[in-house]
Design a protein around this ligand. Structure first.
Ligand SMILES: O=C(CO)COP(=O)(O)O
Length: 252
């Protein structure tokens, strides 16, 4: 059975105090009402990691960074390494988010360095892929996403690949209120899984959780998660309110 996962990506939101409050609120609602079989992850700013780890029951809730450095250590002012992330008690790193690819020039090459360092440090990458609007309109999203995968996570060994979580996030659905339809999500998730099967075999493809991200909220989570190849969500805006986030966690 594949893991069901709901991960929040707080992006550049909340100061430290607000972040601690939010983490505690999520911890409380998940403890009392959250479905037991759903893995819950909070993707917080770097500055919050240690405190969020302290503020939640880490047996129940995992903590994630939203990025890490492409280098292990050294003279890279302002960078935060995978080892530093690991030392906070966080267990996951979101990598290759479209906002990092688009606004910070993240290439497949830098992403591959980050993937390697994340895995070397025993962290779980939450690897993001997904197409922009013009690609969806041209109906070439499958080719686009396949290329993203081939340039990055398909270069990993099968053993490393098995450790990944994948998040499919169509850029046109992120923060826009425009969600992919349930059919669109299922179609591309099934495509991603079949592409993985071609590369790594059926067993590995069946084992990897593929999350959907992009304007996922309590009102549409159920329909999205009902699909056979949608194993949960990577949630932006709706992860900033504990009740909304809970509604998504309980959307299976
Ligand atoms: O980018 C996302 C999660 O990583 C999705 O963001 P929204 O849920 O705000 O659309």
């Amino acid at each position: 059975m594949r893991k069901k996962i709901v991960a929040g990506n707080w992006k550049c939101n909340t100061n430290l105090q607000e972040g601690i409050e939010l983490a505690k609120a999520v911890d409380a609602v998940v403890a009392s009402e959250g479905a037991d079989d759903v893995v819950v992850v909070l993707g917080t700013p770097f500055t919050h990691l240690t405190k969020v780890v302290e503020s939640v029951n880490t047996e129940r809730i995992g903590v994630s960074a939203q990025n890490c450095a492409a280098e292990a250590k050294g003279a890279f002012t302002g960078e935060v390494s995978a080892e530093m992330v690991k030392s906070t008690g966080a267990e996951y790193v979101i990598l290759g988010h479209s906002e990092r690819r688009e606004y910070y020039g993240e290439t497949s090459e830098t992403l591959n360095k980050k993937l390697a360092l994340t895995l070397e440090n025993g962290l779980t990458p939450i690897y993001c892929c997904g197409e922009p609007l013009e690609i969806r309109e041209a109906e070439t999203q499958n080719e686009f996403v396949k290329k993203q995968l081939e340039e990055t996570i398909f270069t990993l060994s099968p053993d490393d690949f098995k450790k990944l979580i994948i998040a499919y996030e169509p850029i046109w659905a992120i923060g826009t209120g425009k969600t992919a339809t349930s059919e669109q999500a299922q179609e591309i998730h099934a495509f991603i899984r079949s592409t993985i099967a071609e590369k790594f075999g059926e067993e590995i493809a069946e084992g990897v959780s593929i999350l959907y991200g992009g304007s996922c909220k309590p009102s549409n989570a159920k329909e999205l998660f009902a699909n056979k190849d949608v194993d949960g969500g990577l949630i932006g805006g709706a992860s900033l309110k504990a009740e909304d986030f809970l509604g998504i966690i309980n959307g299976f």
